[in-house]
Design a protein around this ligand. Structure first.
Ligand code: MRU
Length: 339
């Protein structure tokens, strides 16, 4: 797949993921407010891609304000950081990215013009690092896959959810690059259909065999022996659980009941092991996303409200292992290495 987000000529260029698979269209933004909106409305989505978008949004803000004296510059940058932080509450990477950019800003408080160059370089570096991290997740995860495996995944934690290559789909890509025959079954992932629209799109684009199932099918598919492993991505890993797209918990329960390994692919930028589940805000989105399929076909009677939690919580007892850029870890090992 082509990169989902890039820094091009002092603009942020991204794939508009809301209209895939119908159209592959690019958006370009030259100010942080538009980047913040693009995160909110999910032109760009997926925890690592959101992180890089946040960093690039901060970089655009430095360009906008670099002629200001130090104090007003810092004030404007704080405002920009706040707008970006408020876009989506669950993915760790968003906060991780703004904090990382803020470290650069606070190190060089006397020359905003110089800071702008440094922040742009840092944002570009974060994009490149994302690809490297994903490739290592791929290498570590590929070792878990056997020739002929069928991997179930939920939502989209692929190239589109990152800068490139993906997290949960990285082991699939790496195993195939290493000569194994691997195919994917993608849950459609109501209500935004990231599995049906995005995972299917990017795998087909890269000629990796993929089938889509309705979310309600995964339990039966496991029972019928049609998949060998589950790999999902994550938006935040706390000391006691994994937060990922709504529906992940049910997949993990079904996997446990069917003795199928359930792996979580997590770059270390997604780890938030000083927190527990009680510290995390689960994003609730507009109920219309549930009542009206892709904002086009209303399927719920007028006047009936819907609940639309965007993420759920999978406790570690259901997780076989966490694949990071450093290796594959059990719950205990993960805490020991990173907490
Ligand atoms: O609401 P989304 O589409 O941003 O949710 C994405 C997911 O839940 C992904 O699994 C997660 O961000 C990991 S992406 C590598």
């Amino acid at each position: 797949m082509i990169p989902s987000i890039e820094w091009v000529n002092n603009k942020v260029k991204m794939i508009d993921q809301t209209i895939l698979p119908r159209e592959l269209k690019f958006l370009e933004f030259d100010n942080y407010r538009d980047v913040a909106t693009s995160i909110k409305v999910m032109n760009i989505r997926g925890a690592p891609a959101i992180g890089v978008a946040a960093a690039m949004g901060m970089a655009l803000a430095t360009i906008e304000y670099k002629e200001l004296p130090k104090e007003p510059f810092l004030k404007k940058m704080e405002e920009a950081a706040e707008v970006i932080r408020k876009t989506r509450p669950t993915a760790s990477n968003l906060f991780w990215a703004v904090d990382r950019i803020w470290k650069i800003i606070s190190k060089y408080p006397d020359n905003p013009s110089n800071i702008s160059e440094l922040v742009i370089e840092e944002a570009k570096l974060m994009a490149q690092e994302d690809i490297n991290v994903n490739k290592n997740i791929g290498k570590n995860g590929a070792a878990l896959l056997d020739d002929g495996d069928v991997v179930l995944t939920h939502c989209n934690a692929g190239s589109l959810a990152t800068v490139q290559y993906g997290t949960a789909l990285a082991p699939v890509r790496a195993a195939i690059e290493g000569g194994k025959k691997i195919s994917v079954i993608a849950d459609e992932t109501r209500p935004r259909l990231q599995g049906a629209r995005l995972t299917a799109y990017e795998l087909q684009y890269d000629k990796i065999p993929v089938k889509v199932i309705s979310d309600t099918s995964s339990g039966l598919i496991m029972r019928l022996g049609k998949i060998n492993k589950v790999i999902v991505g994550t938006d935040r890993v706390t000391s006691d659980a994994v937060f990922n797209k709504i529906g992940t918990y049910l997949v993990a329960l079904a996997a446990k009941d069917n003795n199928i390994p359930f792996y979580v692919a997590a770059p270390t930028s997604t780890l938030s092991l000083q927190e527990t589940v009680d510290d995390v805000t689960i994003e609730q989105r507009d109920s219309k996303e549930v009542s009206c399929v892709l904002n086009e076909v209303q399927i719920v009677p007028d006047g009936v409200d819907c609940l639309n939690y965007a993420f759920d919580i999978t406790p570690f007892r259901l997780v076989t292992g966490v694949i990071t850029e450093d290796g594959v870890f059990s719950h205990d090992e993960l805490l020991k290495k990173y907490k």
